[in-house]
Design a protein around this ligand. Structure first.
Ligand SMILES: [Zn+2]
Length: 395
């Protein structure tokens, strides 16, 4: 990695040489993103900056970079953020998924349990062929997600087969997934989670659980989670969500956060959140650590639309923009070591950048129960830079 000082010296030397051989002069940068509002929560930056990129890496973030670049993006009036990382998607189901997500600013994704031991190899193949970094969670049920519920027969949760799936795909698998809702697991929720932990243990991997309308209450589920595990669909309505019958946050949930359990939004389509639960929980200070879409190739026609639209829902509820972007970038990167060098525009980081626009107007946002809330601002994906290259815009 080039330090800034080395970089400045190198460009000074290059400039001196080019004075003698002007025709051989090459632009010192491949790309400059000029004049945007750079919001990089990894370093607490929110200011007008130019971002210079060379060799697929961020090489400078400065107030005004005068040097030449092979290509320039005019980002005036736009937000320039680290590439978005979506930790709960189903982008691995088809090879068409990842390029679509890329157009929404998503430069890293996790497929959260589409596949189990029987079919994770196909998901892993899609991840390896994706333009951006794609990773996967192995569903503890060998079938992966199936209609009717993959854990209704607890024998589907086979620890040895799940471990084998991890071993075959160590480059892609970053954790284990268990869906615990009553319509997925019935009365098997706790046993399925125990088996997910058993499968994850030899590899020291996190487990992501999908909650909402489970047979068992959160006070029975949470003790089975370890530091670094993830609860997705955090605002799933009763029965057995994070709020008691009076709408108060269960003390067990706050305690779980204190011991390092992470809480993810997981927008989805059916039964995963309603506005009332979001409002009650956030009024008690219980915000998500990460957002995610529960995305698939149909999401543009559902209440998900795209990742920036999901982020806008929390902006509507009063989360500061810096925090909104943190939840979609650096916080997500910290969940899985595979994303260690992502979610930041720091010099030396891979040049994955999401260019967004915060538009004023009247925008309707949907929950999973046809509930609408109206917001005054919405984030739109404008352009994505992946490994220093501008990717084709969304049609
Ligand atoms: Zn999902």
């Amino acid at each position: 990695m080039m330090t800034r000082r080395q970089f400045l010296c190198t460009s000074a030397a290059a400039a001196a040489m080019s004075a003698h051989i002007p025709r051989a002069r090459a632009a010192p940068f491949d790309l400059i993103i000029k004049g945007g509002r750079v919001i990089d929560p990894s370093v607490g930056l929110d200011a007008t900056r130019d971002v210079a990129i060379a060799g697929g890496k961020i090489v400078a973030v400065e107030a005004d970079i005068a040097a030449e670049a092979a290509e320039t993006i005019d980002a005036r009036g736009k937000i320039v953020a680290p590439g978005l990382i979506d930790i709960h998607t189903h982008a691995g189901r088809t090879k068409e998924g990842p390029p679509m997500a890329l157009q929404d600013g998503v430069t890293g994704w996790v497929d959260a349990g589409s596949g189990g031991a029987d079919n994770i190899d196909q998901i892993a193949a899609v991840a390896r062929g994706a333009p951006q970094i794609g990773r996967a969670l192995v569903n503890i049920a060998r079938t992966g997600v199936i209609p009717g519920g993959e854990l209704m027969d607890i024998n589907a949760a086979n620890v040895d087969l799940a471990r084998g799936a991890v071993v075959r795909n160590r480059d892609i698998v970053v954790g284990i997934k268990a869906r615990l809702s009553n319509n997925v697991a019935g009365t098997n929720d706790l046993e399925a989670l125990r088996r997910a932990q058993e499968a994850a243990a030899p590899f020291n991997l996190p487990v992501m659980i999908h909650i909402g309308q489970s047979y068992s209450p959160m006070r029975a589920i949470l003790p089975l989670l370890k530091r670094g595990d993830i609860v997705t669909h955090v605002y799933a309505p009763a029965p057995n969500g994070i709020l008691d019958a009076q709408g108060r946050l269960f003390p067990d949930v706050a305690a779980a956060r204190r011991r390092g359990i992470l809480f993810d939004f997981g927008n989805g389509v059916v039964d995963h959140f309603d506005w009332d639960t979001v409002e009650r929980a956030t009024k008690q200070g219980f915000w998500p650590d990460t957002f995610s879409t529960d995305w698939n190739v149909m999401s543009r026609t559902t209440g998900v639309v795209d990742f920036p639209n999901v982020m806008s829902k929390f902006f509507m509820f009063g989360m500061p923009l810096m925090q909104v972007i943190a939840c979609a970038t650096v916080n997500a990167a910290r969940v899985f070591p595979a994303f260690d060098d992502r979610g930041t525009l720091n010099v030396g980081a891979p040049a994955d950048v999401a260019i967004l626009e915060l538009r004023d107007g009247t925008f309707e946002f949907l929950d999973n129960y046809k509930g609408t809330r109206s917001g005054r601002q919405r984030l739109f994906p404008i352009a994505t830079v992946l490994a220093g290259k501008k990717t084709p815009a969304r049609a």
